[in-house]
Ligand binder design. Structure first.
Ligand code: BDR
Ligand code: CA
Length: 313
């Protein structure tokens, strides 16, 4: 399958990139970067280093949005990912081996989609700013998009505010555009499921012993694991973005249900919340009495052992 990653690496982004870059089932057309876990300059350099680690210098990379569409948000993810985005260990990876495309992210996305001879899967695993901009600037290309598989959202409480998950909170207006716009089929992989897919120490040992690439990825994890263990009391490594990538690479590995999803773009405590209407379909009226026209496939469950084995493999 043809696939493009839009990313803000990010320790868990690193696993998602490696999963796609090394899969025999994936024709990785390109990688675009976005601000998010750390500023754009760092996420972009990290993406370049990660593709060098995976020996994928054939894959073009372009830098995208430095800030959200409407209202800038402070960076809040350095606690999880470190100041360089890779737990202070970006320097352990190879130096970037390929220059950036001068087109920028939206230009590269448009060029790759226009040239594709079959619909392409987009996998945004950071804020949705580049994807919203692509849809606004190049609506003629939406036919070229098979699915947008998004890591983001929270059905029952967020990780960045009480209501919001980090990727959606970072640019709610962009998320609203992509999820509620109805232009492209979306799969939302929310944190409710990604937390349940956390891997344990035995999995991490298996990764470290799997070879040089596994050892390099394992080397990025200690501070991130520590953050989840001590700050959140969570036992194990939460590979949010790799869970979404697993669904992109192996469609159906996550079980989904179709719900209308609205993003709270207000400035109250709910900003960035993803409101999935899980009532019975006949009861799904909004506050204005209308019914939402657009449904999103929301990932709700998976076979945890199969998922963990697939990502490790
Ligand atoms: C998401 O936020 C980022 O910190 C991770 O890389 C992931 O994409 C999880 O909420
Ligand atoms: Ca990410």
């Amino acid at each position: 399958m043809k696939l493009i990653i839009d990313t803000d690496p990010g320790v868990d982004d690193a696993f998602a990139i490696a999963l796609a870059a090394l899969s025999d089932d994936v024709d990785l057309l390109g990688v675009t970067t976005v601000f998010g876990n750390v500023p754009l300059s760092a996420t972009t350099r990290n993406a370049q280093r990660l593709l060098a680690l995976c020996k994928r210098t054939d894959v073009p990379i372009a830098a995208g949005a430095q800030r959200p569409l409407v209202h800038p948000q402070p960076h809040r993810a350095r606690y999880a990912h470190g100041a360089d985005g890779l737990s202070g260990r970006a320097g352990t990876l190879p130096e970037p081996a390929r220059d950036l495309e001068p087109t920028g992210a939206v230009g590269l996305l448009a060029t790759l989609l226009a040239a594709a001879d079959e619909p392409v899967t987009l996998v945004p695993i950071g804020p949705l700013t580049n994807i919203a901009t692509l849809l606004a600037a190049h609506s003629e290309l939406r036919e070229k998009i098979a699915r947008v598989v998004i890591m983001g959202g929270a059905l029952a409480g967020g990780n960045t505010t009480a209501a919001a998950e980090f990727n959606i909170w970072s640019d709610p207006e962009a998320a609203h555009r992509v999820l509620a716009g109805g232009e492209v089929p979306c799969v939302l992989v929310p944190m409710d499921l990604t937390y349940r897919c956390a891997v344990d120490e035995e999995w991490l040992r298996g990764l470290a012993e799997s070879g040089p690439l596994g050892a390099a990825l394992h080397g990025l994890t200690p501070d991130y694991v520590e953050y989840y263990r001590h700050a959140l009391g969570w036992p194990g490594l939460v590979l949010h973005d790799a869970v979404a990538m697993a669904e992109a690479v192996r469609p159906g590995i996550l079980r989904t249900e179709a719900y209308p999803v609205e993003v709270d773009c207000g400035f109250g405590p709910g900003r960035g919340a993803t409101l999935a209407d899980q009532r019975r379909p006949e009861l799904r009226e909004r506050v204005d009495g209308e019914r939402a026209a657009v449904e999103v496939e929301v990932a709700v469950d998976t076979d945890l052992d199969e998922l963990r084995a697939f990502v490790l493999d």
